[in-house]
Design a protein around this ligand. Structure first.
Ligand code: ZN
Ligand code: ZN
Length: 345
C-alpha cells in the first residue's frame, strides 16, 4: 500500500469521527517531521520501529554474508506483512504474517520480552504479597578473558550456581530471576553480566556480597545492587537484556557466527524459592488484571470491535513494515486529543 492509499484508508472510513476543535486532519504523510514524545527523552514509536527495521536489515545482510541463506530468508519474511487493527488513531493489535523466532530478531525479541513479562510479573507481585522480602536488581560481572562467548557465559553461570549454594546467599536471598547480558570490551573480549531480580530477605553489607562473589569467581568482586521500587519496571529492565542481548548494529560477521553457536543457550531463568513458587503459581483474579493490562495489545479483537483506548470502531489495515513505520509517524504528528490537552495545560 502506498502513502496515498494508506491515508485514504484512514480518511475514507465511514466511522471516521469528526475532528474536534484544534485538531488537524489526519493527512500526516506529507510531512516527515516527528514531534518529540511528550514522555521526555524516550524514543517515539516510529523511532524504535525504524531502529528495528535497520537492525533487521543489518542482520539479514550479515546472515547472507556468512552463507546462512535460510536465516536471511526467515529474517526477511518475519514481520514483513502485518495485519494492523486500528481506529485510525490508536493501534489495538498487530498480527505479523510470519515470525522467525530468531533470538536476535528485534521484532521477535520484543514479543519474547512481552511474554516473559506477562508470565513472571503476576508471579512476582504475588510472591511479594506472600513473603516479607525486598526486590533488588543485582548485576554480577566477570573479569575479561580471551574466551568465546559460550565459555564466558558458562563461566558466569557456574559461578552463580556456586554462589547460590553458599550459606550467605541462602540467608539473604529468597530466590528471583536471572538473565544474561553479553558485552564486548574495546579490545574485543567477550564478557557476560548476570542481571538478577533478587528477593532480599534482609539488609546486608554490600562488601560481604563482594567477598562472596570473589570467593566463587576467584577474580571478580565487581557488582552492583540497587533496590527495585517498581517491580514491573524492575522486571522490564532485566528482561531487556534477554530481548536485546547485544548492540546488534555494531555486530560483525564473526559476532553472528559466534552467536549462532549459543543460540540454544538459556538466557533467562528463575532460582530459589521463587522458582518453586512459579511452578505452582496460578494467577488469581487480581493477578489476572495485571496480565490483561500487559496483554492489552494482544487481546482477541476483531474488525468492528471498539478501540480499547477511545471506543471508536476498529478496522483492519494490511501494511508492510515500512508502511507501519509511516503510520506511526502519522500518529505522532497528529497525536490523540488527550495528549494535546496535556501539553497545553
Ligand atoms: Zn523475527
Ligand atoms: Zn482509538
Amino acid at each position: 500500500m502506498n502513502q496515498t492509499t494508506l491515508s485514504t484508508a484512514l480518511t475514507s472510513r465511514p466511522q471516521e469521527r469528526s475532528l474536534s476543535k484544534g485538531e488537524t486532519s489526519p493527512s500526516p504523510y506529507l510531512d516527515n517531521r516527528v514531534i518529540k514524545s511528550h514522555r521526555g527523552n524516550k524514543r517515539t514509536r516510529s523511532q524504535t520501529a525504524r531502529a528495528r527495521l535497520q537492525t533487521k536489515e543489518h542482520l539479514t545482510a550479515l546472515a547472507g554474508a556468512i552463507h546462512e541463506p535460510e536465516l536471511a530468508d526467515k529474517l526477511r519474511r518475519c514481520h514483513s506483512r502485518l495485519s494492523v487493527l486500528t481506529c485510525g488513531r490508536h493501534i489495538a493489535q498487530i498480527i505479523p504474517n510470519f515470525t522467525c523466532e530468531f533470538r536476535l530478531c528485534p521484532d521477535c525479541s520484543r514479543r519474547r520480552s512481552r511474554k516473559l513479562q506477562n508470565k513472571y510479573l503476576p508471579a512476582m507481585r504475588a510472591f511479594l504479597r506472600h513473603h516479607h522480602v525486598t526486590p533488588v536488581h543485582l548485576v554480577l560481572t566477570q573479569t575479561h578473558k580471551k574466551e568465546t562467548r559460550k565459555q564466558s557465559a558458562k563461566r558466569i553461570k557456574d559461578a552463580f550456581t556456586k554462589l547460590q549454594r553458599r550459606a550467605f546467599w541462602k540467608e539473604y536471598f529468597k530466590g528471583g530471576t536471572w538473565s544474561l547480558e553479553f558485552t564486548k570490551d574495546k579490545n574485543g573480549l567477550h564478557h557476560t553480566h548476570l542481571h538478577i531480580v533478587g528477593f532480599r530477605r534482609k539488609f546486608f553489607d554490600i562488601e560481604l556480597l563482594r567477598s562472596e562473589w570473589l570467593a566463587v569467581t576467584g577474580d571478580s568482586h565487581v557488582l552492583n545492587l540497587k533496590p527495585i521500587l517498581d517491580i514491573a519496571a524492575g522486571l522490564r529492565e532485566v528482561v531487556k537484556y534477554v530481548s536485546k542481548p547485544l548492540d546488534i548494529r555494531r555486530f560483525g560477521a564473526d559476532d553472528l557466527r559466534e552467536f549462532l553457536k549459543i543460540k540454544k543457550m538459556k538466557m533467562f531463568g528463575t532460582f530459589g524459592e521463587f522458582r518453586k513458587f512459579c511452578k505452582s503459581f496460578v494467577p488469581s483474579d487480581n493477578d489476572g488484571d495485571e496480565v490483561s493490562e500487559l496483554e492489552s495489545s494482544s487481546r482477541d479483537l476483531t474488525e468492528g470491535c471498539a478501540c480499547p483506548k477511545c471506543n471508536e470502531p476498529l478496522f483492519d489495515l494490511r501494511l508492510s513494515s515500512d508502511e507501519l513505520l509511516r503510520f506511526y509517524e502519522g500518529l505522532e504528528i497528529t497525536p490523540p486529543p488527550k495528549q494535546k490537552a496535556n501539553r497545553t495545560n
